[in-house]
Design a protein around this ligand. Sequence first.
Ligand code: MN
Length: 570
Amino acid sequence: MSAVSLKTLCDTYTAHHAQSLADCEHIREAYMFAQQAHHGQKRASGEEYFTHVAQTALQLAQWRLDATSIIAGLLHDTIEDCAITPQIIKEKFGEEILFLIEGVTKLGKLQYKGKERGAESLRKMMLAVTHDLRVIFIKLSDRLHNMKTLSHLPVAKQRRIALETSEIYAPIASRLGMQNVSGELEDLAFPYTHPDQYLWIKKNLKESYEKRNQYVLQVRAIVEQKLKETNIHPITIDSRAKRVSSLYKKLVANDMDIERIYDLVALRIIVHTVEECYLVLGAIHSLWKPLPGKIKDYIALPKINGYQSLHTTVFCVDNKPTEFQIRTQEMHEQSEHGAAAHWFYEITKNTKSYAKNISQKAGEKDSSIVKQLQEWQNQFPGSQEFTDALKLDLFSDRIFTLTPRGEVIDLPIDATPVDFAYRIHTEIGDSCIGAKVNGKIVHLDYRLQSGDIVEILTQKNKKPSESWIHFVKTKYATRKVKNAIRKKTALPQKTEYKIICEARIGMVKDILSVLSRNRIPLISINTFENERFPMIKILVDISERKKAEQLFLKLRKVDGVREINLRMVE
Ligand code: MN
């Protein structure tokens, strides 16, 4: 495959952007620059390296991103893989482009090594350290092309990259509402993460492929006729085969029985208006009975990532359950391109200026990015404001730090190395004497930042300092420090004596008088009747061994005492 031509790239860009002559000139410069920079470099596939960055840029143009993103896409590997310095990029293409490229490079360094516990944190961290969604779009486009050419890499590398793609990048794309990208990444990763299952599915699906195709054509003809009668003119009706990766998930849930999967075939109907969506749904239900519980109105109640559509599964021709998805063109675009589509709609629309302050949103947690974007959409209608909004911290209440081994530890904002230490393990927190952040020694009250690599220095038998309570951020660490301090001052504080003695009148009185003569406070006294000799157990306020032994000798002299045990207790 030869590289995407400059013409194709610019044509794709201008198809969605007005007044873009100057932009095209900038894209041309970057195109030539990247071609020159990567000259002579080859991909593992044997292709010119430049094909990779050109393809990355084209994908960004297809997502309708701005010229800045496309240029950064062309240049994204020049600093990392060529002898180009950040300074040169800054001089030739400006600070914004450099910022995007460095963001992409930074993301590349956060690698997922397959630790279950880290996946969600790593996803969040990637979004948090990015500060500009365009960095994520470029990275997704880069990854998409890398996945398409993955077969040329060594097997171990294939597995790692495929795992990272399905655990980290596909979910990020999904969270950004880019369902199509997410699904494509999953599908590209699947043969590498599940090689045997992939072959099994391919074999078993192939046999039924022709039959299904016939069936779809039959259903489609009936639907077209019905819509014509109802005077609805859909933009498109198409059928799709289920993605291999999502099919596998369904198969697992259905005992690997392909006959039990209802929606091996789904038809998608795109119409002009929301009203038409509901009319089409009605028309389909008048043809075939719906399966109970399978009607989903994601138009009235969009999914958390912003997805909108009507879904229904009906007992269709020959009573075969078949799924229909009905949506408008705009909803379709949204589901294909997600946040990237939003980004585009946003910068091309311009109306009134925003009134509310974005900081009001800072307290909200766990709301999806797309939901946030939708809220911002109302608040930042002009292009610059919206771009600025995208640069805000998407997780303003959390920071994401790393252990030296690359495990992600997420903490509240302003957390310190002590919070970090206690998050890892109580013992690490208790024995913490110092910390290194990104290789440099810092004070224990240092405020950690997202992306910091934190190394805790410990010393055996060290106890926490009371002063820590004043600067630790998490309640967890505060409680742990208090516990440790209480232990430190409380150790060991009491002495217990078990006295075996004869059963004689005045025994207890004589023991107590030994205590009072020596001015030793009694904490408790208990007597136990045994078969032969009673036992008296006393607990006294003695915290020193030496003192405890002196009392021991005095108690031994009491008339009738046969045996004494002493024990220091906390
Ligand atoms: Mn790349």
